[in-house]
Design a protein around this ligand. Structure first.
Ligand code: 26Q
Length: 756
């Protein structure tokens, strides 16, 4: 479509002059134009097609991204500007679909972009939640939650006439299919298929995000992952999961049969990727449906094993789903006999009880079922996969070594560079041409310029501009002023003890004492946090509270505020990430080694010209390998040391606390008079006691190394900005490996074998 045609269509749809249009008018018209245009890129599927089933797709706002992928972005931008409007204004009109919690959901969204860009037939299957991840409010120094409605009257999910019957607790429901078009960059259009019930009723939402959990017809898809801290909530998760996978399985079988499958040959038509254990019931459900269609159990099991593959995203034991058999008996009685038969097959294969599907307490282990009855199990970074093979899933690895493989995560450069950092994109394009947008390995060509002072100075200016833009956004959004000349160090990710925001907190307290005793930092820093805590995760909320309290304490103290400014971004989401990441100097990736499966934020920051301060965990290990030790700040215990400490059970937080005066001083400060004057005693005491009494994620052993390494980074930044810029350019040039295009190529080559 030419710019002229675009303008004409826009005017037609808005039914008035563009200057008279509101952003809302323009948004609605562009939604239609994008959907029409995307439909032009739908292609027939000949051979095998991928179905990526996931309870989360954290897609973020879609308009700008779709315009970029369709090649319409620049024209729309010009048309808007000719009519006194901006792209930023337009973007604000669009609500963000926050249909995911964090990394796992965002990965699914990046994968859909890469599949379509690589011209591979691959759809997503998930749920159309009416409210995405809760909206975080930080009034009074504490997190509270409110519902995040995103559907409104105009949204990307198009209603279809297709419905599928789903039986839940013996009652029949109709799952309706909605579709969001996923258009690749110069690529094809695939679909994100989201299921929903027509009967959802948001008037049952009471205080905050609480709601009546018993009325399934009204609440099933009302929220992304309801609170799982009580039984009704846990049960509701099973209802959600079954709606998703039962409708999904029927949809897949229907499509494959329409394309000519006789179901015996299903594996020639479909590959199913199970994103963590949330969709695992698709295995027994497919077996059930195939049996219904006359295929014998044994063959059905073989077909399903051939079709399905499983991705593991965690080694935290508490995050591996296991359900009491009685719950499944209640919600999905039709699956229980099948799961029992699968468990019997496992018992025939081995007498190792640790790999059973149903354990001695009648708990059903979803991951175990996945590994036995799919043909591939992958981890999401090299270290993570090694830990799965050698410890967490070692017994499975011994049974099926051929099933295990690694697929290091990646991110889509269309959103995490082209969309969020247009200035850096243009700079790169100027130096090496546009090829990197579709072949990220071309970023290596930047290596030629690492000693070119003019180029480096330009890169510094871009970072500065992005910091200024972030500062403006922050001012507007939270009425906070930050100094763009300070070093921006950012930790943005879900709040979890293993991610160790508390380590960053202790560092900031330590620096407070340093300043007070006359040891001034080498440069002023702005310490930025973005993090949501699960509503029932008390300690995570205590960490947020401590950070907010410390932030106020610093603000009130001019001696300290000259040097350190703590900023907590309210309601961190994809949109906020797009503002924060291009503005970052130092990327905090400080999880306890062995606990972060991969991380993907680490990749986004690197690509946008930040240096990483991190532990040897997840994909940090591969980032370090790619850029070399001079271009990253690594600190802390190795994963082996950590694993050994857990195995020996000899870690005593209290000993570390007593032995190290700096640690003691920092922890004690949490309940000092200064802090208690501002914050809440209950929260601060609880956090203090946790840190010096338990500290399950070993914050204290890494404390000194963290302080030294972080101060080294700040000193380097202050002493030699040009060298800092040189090292950020090296990071950018090595980021190509972390494109999700590479990840998807690997999945396709090793697991899916899709036909183009
Ligand atoms: C489980 C049981 C009950 C309720 C909720 C859950 C649940 C919900 C969400 C369990 C896990 C999740 C999300 C996990 C997640 O986001 N994992 C991240 O996946 C990324 C993509 O692979 C990795 O980069 C991160 O390291 C990993 O933490």
């Amino acid at each position: 479509m030419t710019k002229c045609e675009l303008k004409k269509k826009l005017t037609e749809l808005c039914q008035k002059e563009l200057t008279d249009c509101t952003y809302e008018d323009l948004y609605i018209a562009l939604l239609q134009i994008v959907n029409d245009e995307s439909a032009q890129h739908i292609q027939p599927v000949n051979g095998r097609k991928l179905y990526y089933i996931s309870a989360e797709f954290l897609i973020g706002k879609l308009l700008s991204n779709n315009l970029i992928n369709l090649g319409l972005y620049d024209d729309v931008k010009e048309i808007l500007e000719e009519n006194g409007k901006t792209m930023g204004g337009l973007e604000e009109t669009e609500p963000e679909p926050s249909l995911g919690n964090g990394g796992l959901g965002r990965l699914a969204a990046c994968f859909l972009d890469s599949l379509a860009t690589l011209n591979l037939p691959g759809d997503g299957i998930g749920l159309r939640y009416h409210c995405g991840l809760f909206h975080q409010n930080l009034k009074g120094g504490l997190q509270s939650e409110s519902p995040d409605f995103w559907l409104g009257s105009h949204n990307w999910a198009q209603k279809t006439e297709k419905t599928y019957p789903v039986s839940l607790a013996g009652k029949e429901y109709e799952a309706r299919l909605y579709q969001i078009a996923v258009t690749g960059y110069n690529g094809r259009t695939n679909q994100l298929n989201l299921f929903d019930l027509d009967t959802i009723d948001d008037s049952i939402i009471a205080e905050g995000i609480s709601f009546d959990k018993t009325d399934i017809a009204k609440n099933l898809t009302l929220f992304l992952y309801p609170d799982d801290s009580d039984d009704a909530g846990r049960m509701l998760r099973i209802y959600q999961q079954y709606l998703m996978i039962s409708a999904g399985a029927q949809f897949i079988l229907e499509e494959c049969m329409e394309r000519g499958s006789n179901l015996h040959d299903l594996a020639d038509y479909a590959a199913i990727q199970i994103n963590d254990t949330h969709p695992s019931m698709v295995i027994p459900e497919l077996i059930r449906l195939l049996e219904e269609k006359g295929i014998e159990f044994k063959e059905a099991v073989a077909i399903v094993t051939d079709v399905c593959a499983y991705t593991n995203h965690t080694i935290l034991a508490e995050a591996l789903e296991k359900w009491p058999e009685t719950y499944l008996e209640t919600v999905v009685p039709q699956l229980v006999p099948i799961i029992k038969k699968l468990d019997t097959i496992v018992q025939e294969r081995t007498d190792d009880k640790s790999v059973a599907i149903i354990d001695e307490y009648q708990q059903v282990h979803m991951a175990n079922m996945d590994i036995h009855f799919s043909h591939s199990t992958n981890g999401v970074a090299a270290l993570h996969t090694e830990i799965l093979k050698n410890s967490e899933l070692n017994h499975f690895y011994n049974l099926y070594p051929e099933k295990f493989n690694n697929k290091t995560n990646g991110i889509t450069f269309r959103r995490w560079l082209i969309k969020c950092n247009p200035e850096l994109t243009a700079f790169i394009e100027n130096l090496i041409g546009p090829g990197f947008k579709q072949d990220a390995s071309e970023l290596e060509k930047l290596a030629r310029f690492v000693d070119d002072e003019k180029v480096l100075r330009e890169l510094m200016q871009i970072k500065k501009d992005n910091k200024i833009a972030f500062a403006k956004w922050l001012q507007q959004k939270q009425d906070i002023q930050v100094n763009p000349d300070s070093l921006f160090t950012i930790q943005s990710k879900r709040l979890h003890e293993y991610k160790r925001q508390q380590l960053n907190l202790l560092y900031l307290i330590h620096q407070y004492f340093e300043i007070k005793s006359g040891h001034l930092p080498t440069a002023p820093i702005t310490a930025v946090f973005g993090a949501k805590a699960a509503p029932a995760y008390t300690l995570a909320k205590d960490i947020i509270h401590a950070l907010l309290t410390l932030s106020r304490l610093f603000e009130n103290d001019p001696e300290v505020s000259r040097w350190i400014h703590i900023v907590f971004i309210e309601n961190y989401n994809v949109t906020a990430a797009e503002m924060m990441i291009p503005a970052c100097d130092l990327s905090e990736q400080i999880s306890l080694a062995s606990k972060e499966a991969s991380g993907t934020g680490n990749m986004k920051f690197m690509l946008n010209g930040a240096l990483t301060l991190g532990t040897m965990d997840g994909a940090n290990v591969e980032i370090a390998e790619a850029v070399g030790n001079d271009n990253i700040y690594i600190f802390g215990q190795s994963s082996n040391q950590v694993i050994r400490r857990y195995a020996n059970g000899d870690y005593s937080a209290h000993e570390w606390y007593e032995a190290d005066p700096n640690i003691k001083r920092a922890i004690d400060f949490l309940t000092s008079e200064e802090m208690l004057n501002i914050g809440q005693e209950e929260n601060l005491v609880r956090l203090r006691n946790e840190l010096c009494g338990k500290d399950w994620f070993q914050t204290l052993p890494d404390f000194n190394a963290y302080v030294v390494r972080k101060n080294q980074a700040i000193a380097d930044y202050a002493a030699n900005p040009l060298d800092w810029a040189r090292r950020t350019l090296i990071n950018i040039s090595k980021a190509g490996f972390f494109s999700s295009d590479r990840t998807i190529e690997e999945y396709n080559q090793d697991i899916w074998h899709l036909s183009k």
